[in-house]
Design a protein around this ligand. Structure first.
Ligand SMILES: Nc1ncnc2c1ncn2[C@@H]1O[C@H](COP(=O)(O)OP(=O)(O)O)[C@@H](O)[C@H]1O
Ligand SMILES: [Mg+2]
Length: 278
């Protein structure tokens, strides 16, 4: 990754990463929960239309980082900049207003509501007027249309979400986020519950959004094969820090695997040393 200050004729211009304009940037993000330090100063940049993959052990702080980026949690220190401007997110709505949409690892769907009700959750369409009556017909029609457009196969949009498969539910959560025409999309393990066919569909959708609509995407996934197919760049989180950051074209499955395995070995050794010392 290369970051440059793109100095045009007027001097300081927008910062760019790999010749893309920087859309999202963090500087020194820290977070602790009581005595547990989860993030120890995370610096990240994300270019326009770029897909950045985050990998790392369970507990490395990836989900916490994403929750801070989308306003669900607040950092203890550090800055978030959207298109070069520092932002303060107190709620998820604050981040949404800046064009940031999220699919959480622990899904934010309501199991007892139908597919179309979930798709329009907190953004319900009404007929307008004082009573604010729900326009269910319109919401159902748009749900059908959008799911067909992105080729998500859910036969019955009136079905309650808890009757769907894990993969279908995940697809609905992704559809809910992508339908908003976000500028920045944060996906925390969107492929976790999915079969091969469903994964391929979501991968195609993410590629289309980044390549054809300029959406910038952060995606967490444990599957390196998915990441290499999907991402422009990959960052590794280890114990609350980014320890590795490379363009996918400049790294390999072997390098990433070796990095994670050697980290695991080091942790085992440290654990053994601590036990002996105790
Ligand atoms: N709300 C919370 N309260 C206390 N600890 C938390 C909370 N959320 C996350 N943690 C802890 O923070 C660490 C990082 O978690 P997380 O960000 O989910 O990691 P990852 O997504 O990389 O697996 C874990 O040790 C987890 O137990
Ligand atoms: Mg996580």
């Amino acid at each position: 990754m290369t970051i440059t200050e793109d100095s045009g004729p007027s001097g300081a211009g927008p910062k760019v990463v790999d010749s893309r304009e920087i859309v999202l940037q963090t500087e020194g993000i820290t977070k602790r929960f009581g005595a547990v330090v989860v993030l120890r100063g995370v610096d990240m940049v994300l270019g326009r239309g770029e897909v950045l993959g985050l990998v790392g052990d369970n507990g490395a702080g990836k989900s916490t980082f994403v929750k801070i980026l989308c306003g669900f949690q607040r950092q203890d220190s550090g800055r978030i900049l959207v298109e070069g401007e520092e932002v303060q997110f107190h709620t998820v709505e604050d981040a949404r207003a800046k064009g940031i949409e999220t699919v959480y690892q622990d899904l934010a769907l309501v199991p007892q509501l139908t597919v179309y009700q979930n798709l329009f959750l907190n953004r319900e369409l009404t007929y307008g007027g004082k009573l604010g009556l729900m326009n269910n017909r319109k919401m159902r029609q748009l749900t059908r249309q959008y799911l067909d457009e992105i080729r998500v196969n859910v036969p019955n949009i009136d079905a309650e979400v808890d009757r769907l498969s894990g993969g279908q539910r995940q697809a609905i959560a992704v559809a809910r986020a992508t339908r908003q025409e976000a500028k920045i999309l944060l996906l925390d393990e969107p492929l976790a519950a999915m079969g091969a066919k469903e994964s391929a569909l979501i991968i195609d959708l993410v590629k289309d959004l980044s390549q054809n609509r300029g959406v910038s995407i952060v995606v967490i996934d444990h599957n390196y094969t998915h990441l290499f197919e999907l991402c422009d760049r990959v960052s590794v989180f280890q114990q609350g820090r980014v320890t590795f950051d490379k363009r996918v074209a400049e790294t390999s499955l072997e390098e990433l695997t070796e990095l994670m395995v050697s980290d695991y070995r080091r942790q085992v050794m440290e654990g053994q040393a601590q036990l002996k010392g105790a």
